[in-house]
Ligand binder design. Structure first.
Ligand code: ADP
Ligand code: MG
Length: 685
């Protein structure tokens, strides 16, 4: 249970004065639902204003505070602006301008003949100086001169700066003092203020040390939680697995393993020979051969007399794995079954029986393989494919049943930079497949202007006529899925009118069976062209698909472009990727596309992606929907995470139960950042 002293921070937003039905939506869009969210809604930047006695002291472009006396209203006919002509102390005249429907408001703010203090940015309008829509107008100077530095907050539609700032200061008033969870020596060395002071300072002005401290808190909470998972996992008992190599020797692999595959298998073999359950992440680019590694690992379990299961994120991928792995296992005589949510009746019963009596040695499926009704005789290894979401292992640990914890191998094709691996998978040991199987032809990647879409369709026509398949990924219109689908449907209709029934469409709103059916037509080669939004499955393997067209490629992130391109280049044929770009490109977009042309190395792309995105962006806010970090920027993650991780490790080594004084404070931190599953595990372990 959350400690009481944190309660004021978790009070719902509507307890703040002024939050009602109208503000609820805009606030929710910004993730501001509890008092603590307001306290942590940090300014993007600050406006620095200068108080001036008269206009002669100011230049165009300055943010100023000045006393003005309105002398005349100038209105233009129709819906034109209201210009309030106003005089400064030296007798200079400037205009304070209100556009549109705000003119009534302007007259109210600036009554003729009465001095007002005005804060705003000085502009030029013809020969005249003007301030358009002043930030503040007040009858006396105190409020404006007292806050010459003003925060600028991220907003959403329906919210103003003033309103947001007022709610945030209300929230800050209720923020309690909390004990220090950072190592005192470190806080001193970094000149970091205490938590509450750091929050206050971060809203008042540029204060890098305060911002760093808040970011560090978040990183420390994250590392602590992950390490608690690791610790709890170590306290569990797994089954030590040692194979005799007999089954592995019979495996039907039509190729020699790469050095990186052999190394990864050895690392896994070492882990699972221990009784502490393995928590290992296998990172390897699309096509690097993770499946073979998983199969070798599962065979060790079978050789040791236990069962293994492979969990895939979708039915299609489960079936595809089942087909490939069955083929590999054919000479070994190992029994394997596919279990998905769709299996019903007799067939399902038979599989459940087989898992229970151990006659099925390897299970492949979707999450259905972990449902309550499914019991195993002795499941000792679980492989989770394409699990690039935060929190693999704690979910697994909650899902586990029985006395013994299975070893866990998570596989991801998302190459992430080393620092971020620590942030997202800090509780796991990592194996990297950083070498591609030999003989891969590089994918011919080209950037083509959208105006040349006619040529592209011509090339597509020749491509399909030669019997090969292709993907067409539709633009990311906005972050609204509905619009993406509309764009995909329009493109689909157009391509279908040209290429007929060989075109299939998949997008996120199709019913699962309709989506599967379309995908299967493509996998079987009945459909030659697959039009898709970005939901196109990670991991789908169609070697005959050798052309990838990505529309409005400039709107995609590097990681996503790389993933999409990885759909092709999986067979022996030369593959092509056409990146269709719009006419207006930002500098970053240009560099992204250039990098795509230049390299196919996922790890390099990931590192450069991190550089290109720079310090402002938060990790995970866009990509996954569940933001891993709300406070720390990428730059802060890179700089501070290694320190936080070491600090967390030291703390846990000294006080694994978080019982000492600092440990207690660290518990508060875990609740504050809602990583309290870490604390829950403490109780169990
Ligand atoms: P991943 O799951 O990592 O994206 P896969 O396991 O699906 O990659 O492998 C991609 C392709 O490469 C498959 O067709 C597989 O048979 C092939 N492959 C895997 N390992 C090797 C290897 N060592 N040499 C040659 N081909 C390989
Ligand atoms: Mg795979």
């Amino acid at each position: 249970m959350r400690p009481d002293r944190l309660n004021p921070l978790f009070v719902p937003a509507d307890s703040l004065k002024g939050v009602g039905a109208t503000l609820a939506r805009p606030l929710e869009r910004l993730g501001l639902t509890r008092v603590k969210d307001f306290a942590y809604h940090l300014p993007d930047r600050f406006v620095e204003r200068r108080a001036v006695a008269d206009l002669d002291e100011a230049s165009v472009g300055d943010n100023i505070v000045i006393a003005l006396t309105p002398v005349d209203y100038r209105t233009s006919p129709g819906r034109g602006p209201l210009r309030v002509l106003a005089q400064d102390a030296a007798g200079n005249i400037c205009a304070v301008t209100y556009f549109g429907r705000n003119s009534g408001w302007g007259k109210k703010q600036l009554p003729l003949g009465e001095q007002r203090w005005v804060a705003g940015r000085l502009d030029q309008y013809g020969q005249m100086l003007q301030i358009v829509h002043p930030d503040h107008v007040a009858p006396d100077s105190a409020a404006l001169l007292g806050q010459l530095t003003e925060p600028v907050y991220p907003l959403s539609e329906g919210l103003t700066q003033g309103r947001t700032a007022a709610l945030i200061s209300q929230a800050l008033e209720t923020v309690p003092e909390l004990p220090e969870w950072i190592e005192p020596g470190l806080a001193d060395k970094m000149h970091w203020p205490h938590w509450r002071d750091a929050l206050m300072l971060s809203h008042k002005g540029e204060h890098p040390a305060a911002r760093d401290r808040l970011a560090y808190d978040e990183l420390l909470a994250n590392s602590l939680a992950l390490l608690l998972v690791k610790n709890a996992n170590r306290a569990h008992v797994g089954t030590p697995l040692q194979g005799d190599g007999q089954l592995r020797a019979k495996l039907n692999l039509p190729f020699a393993l790469t050095g990186a595959q052999i190394r990864s298998i050895a690392e896994i073999e070492g882990d699972i020979a221990q009784s502490a359950p393995m928590l290992r992440l296998l990172q390897g680019d699309v096509g690097s051969g993770k499946t073979a590694v998983a199969v070798e690992a599962m065979l060790i379990a079978v050789e040791a007399g236990a069962q293994a299961a492979l969990l895939a994120p979708t039915e299609i991928l489960a079936r595809q794995h089942y087909d490939t792995i069955s083929r590999m296992l054919a000479p070994t005589g190992v029994t394997i079954a596919l279990l998905t949510g769709r299996d019903k009746g007799r067939a399902r019963e038979a599989i459940l029986m087989g898992l229970l009596d151990g006659s099925i040695q390897i299970a492949i499926g979707t999450h259905a393989i972990f449902q309550d009704a499914v019991a195993y005789k002795n499941l000792a290894l679980v492989v989770i494919d394409e699990q690039h979401r935060f929190g693999v292992s704690q979910r697994l640990m909650l899902a586990q049943k029985g006395k013994r914890t299975p070893h866990c191998l998570a596989m991801t094709a998302t190459p992430i930079p080393r620092t971020l691996t620590l942030a997202q998978y800090g509780e796991m040991d990592v194996s990297r497949i950083d070498e591609m199987p030999p003989g891969r032809q590089p994918i011919d990647t080209r950037v083509v202007a959208l105006e040349r879409i006619g040529d592209v369709i011509g090339a597509l026509d020749r491509h399909l006529a030669s019997g090969q398949q292709a993907y067409w990924v539709c633009p990311m219109v906005r972050e609204l899925e509905r619009e993406d689908i509309a764009a995909a449907e329009a493109r689909y209709a157009e391509l279908k009118s040209r290429f007929g029934d060989t075109v299939a469409l998949v997008h996120g709103q199709l019913r699962p069976d309709a989506k599967d059916a379309a995908m299967e037509r493509f996998v079987r080669g009945e459909a030659k062209l697959l039009v898709a939004t970005t939901v196109i499955e990670v991991g789908v393997d169609v070697p005959a698909a050798t052309l990838m067209v990505i529309e409005q490629a400039e709107r995609f992130g590097l990681a996503q472009l790389h993933q999409l391109r990885g759909r092709v280049g999986r067979g022996a044929e030369q593959s092509t990727c056409l990146l269709l770009r719009g006419s207006i490109l930002s500098e970053t977009a240009k560099r992204r596309l250039a990098l795509m042309r230049e390299t196919q190395d996922g790890f390099r792309i990931a590192e450069e992606d991190l550089d290109l995105r720079g310090g402002g962006e938060l990790l995970g806010t866009r990509q996954s929907g569940d933001a891993a970090f709300r406070v720390a920027s990428l730059e802060q993650i890179q700089r501070l995470l290694p320190i936080a991780h070491d600090d967390a490790r030291l703390l846990i080594e000294r006080d694994g139960g978080l019982k000492g004084e600092r440990g207690e404070a660290a518990r508060l931190l875990l609740y504050l950042f809602e990583r309290d599953w870490g604390v829950q595990l403490l109780r169990g372990g």
